[in-house]
Design a protein around this ligand. Structure first.
Ligand code: NAP
Length: 225
């Protein structure tokens, strides 16, 4: 049976790299980004529904789930908001901007999970893309990092409340993407691995048998294969 996944934020970066792999493995995909007028060329040969929209908008979230159909095997909460740059110290953090970070990084993934849960079969998976900033005290990363910490704990409790599913938080590691460049404006980020290097670890969580929990993508066994 064809499996269906929703992958948010799949127009570039990690989301697109994962979508490309899933499409190659025969998954049916529903993907989004705020600016996604068409299916990315890399995915053109696959069964993909591409929706432009912001995960923080309830109507857009309903469209994503409706496009998935009657069954959702996998929800990947990947779309994320970094917040203002240069990254402000918490003492100066504009609270309206912090609200936006939490709306995109915490409330939207939970809201999508709430819509998806009734459609997920036993063994279905939710992957929340987290960050080392959720657990490390990097200066300037308090807004984004605390949102990812909240996302981790949502996954933790969702896993306890839904024992027939696997619910994962996964830290992809630093990656050479637009978000990384935005976080380090003007810096050379060419030493960061491409997002493709984090995908094997995600696939290990999607296709393997690991218990629900928090993982680092590039430390998983699949990542070394
Ligand atoms: P990226 O290259 O900037 O891609 C982000 C994707 O999400 C884009 O497709 C973007 O498209 C979409 N997006 C952003 N905000 C959205 C919204 N509100 N609604 C819908 N789509 C939205 O970022 P990335 O580095 O691949 O990040 C992927 C994940 O990895 C994120 O969860 C991030 O927090 C995490 N992460 C990244 C790093 C890193 O070093 N890059 C490290 C740790 C964790 P639009 O702009 O068109 O919406």
């Amino acid at each position: 049976m064809t499996r269906t996944a929703i992958v948010t934020g799949a127009s570039r970066g990690l989301g697109l790299a994962l979508a490309r792999e899933l499409a190659g493995r025969g998954w049916r995909l529903v993907i989004d980004a705020r600016d996604l007028p068409a299916v990315p060329v890399e995915l053109a040969s696959a069964e993909v529904v591409a929706l432009s929209g912001d995960v923080s908008a309830a109507a857009h979230r309903r469209s994503l789930v409706a496009a998935a159909g009657e069954r959702i095997d996998l929800l990947v909460n990947n779309a994320s908001e970094l917040g203002p740059t240069p990254l402000p110290a918490l003492a100066d953090y504009p609270l309206a901007a912090l609200e936006r970070v939490y709306r995109v990084n915490v409330l939207a993934p939970l809201a999508l999970a709430q819509l998806a849960l009734p459609l997920m079969p036993p063994g279905g998976r939710i992957l929340n893309i987290s960050s080392d900033a959720a657990v490390e005290a990097y200066e300037g990363w308090g807004g984004y990092g605390s949102s990812k910490a909240a996302l981790d704990q949502l996954a933790n409790v969702l896993a306890a409340e839904n024992p027939t599913l696997r619910v994962y938080s996964v830290d992809p590691g630093d990656m050479r993407t637009r978000m990384q460049q935005d976080a380090f404006p003007g810096e050379d980020i060419s030493d960061r691995p491409l997002p493709e290097e984090s995908v094997p670890g995600l696939l290990e969580l999607i296709d393997g048998d690991l218990p629900s929990g928090r993982y680092a993508a590039r430390s998983l066994a699949g990542a070394a294969r």
